[in-house]
Design a protein around this ligand. Structure first.
Ligand code: ADP
Length: 169
């Protein structure tokens, strides 16, 4: 498992993988944080394709092409805005799970995730990392199609959290 899961520190838009995951909002029409970075790097055509998708429910995922990105596809998923309720975790788990299912559908063998919901959506970072790693790990145990899963970590706090957790896998 250790050679499938990788930790990368930096900008997810630089990654040359089959699919990068976007922590989008329900409109899928762009936003701040990682969403803004992905739209800037992919170019206007990404927004044009997103306009055709009619938004996305929280916990769900939809795919577009990657346009000017090195990645072939962008999987847009909408994480929960943290509320402190129990279903926050279920929605976050669903984002990772549905993104992986979609990756298999589009034949993507390598995928990179940002730390969904841990920015302006305020999901506690340690809990979010547990959910992310556990969901990916479970998926990889049941499915051997995907050969590389990269956790693209941008901020210091998430980096420290992920380093510790990945070591223990
Ligand atoms: P959300 O609304 O889901 O919380 P944000 O984009 O605000 O989404 O934050 C999600 C995570 O993305 C944060 O941990 C933030 O540090 C990270 N992030 C911001 N820019 C980038 C980037 N260019 N590449 C990878 N991660 C990024």
């Amino acid at each position: 498992m250790n050679n499938i899961i990788e930790l990368y520190r930096g900008d997810i838009t630089k990654l040359n993988v089959d699919a990068i995951v976007n922590a989008a909002n329900n409109s899928l029409l762009g936003g701040g944080g990682v969403d803004g970075a992905i739209h800037r790097a992919a170019g206007e055509e990404l927004l044009e394709e997103c306009r055709l998708l009619n938004g996305c429910a929280t916990g769900d995922a939809k795919v577009t092409k990657g346009y000017n990105l090195p990645a072939k596809y962008v999987i847009h998923t909408v994480g929960p805005i943290w509320s402190g309720r129990e279903d926050d975790a279920l929605f976050l788990q669903s984002c990772y799970r549905k993104s992986l299912d979609l990756a298999v559908e589009i034949n993507a063998k390598s995928i990179a995730f940002p730390n969904i919901s841990t920015g302006v959506y305020r999901f506690p970072k340690t809990d979010a990392a547990d959910i992310a790693i556990e969901t990916v790990y479970q998926f990889l145990n049941q499915n051997n199609f995907i050969k590389k899963v990269i956790f693209a970590v941008f901020d210091d706090e998430n980096y420290q959290i992920y380093i510790e957790k990945i070591k223990k896998l």
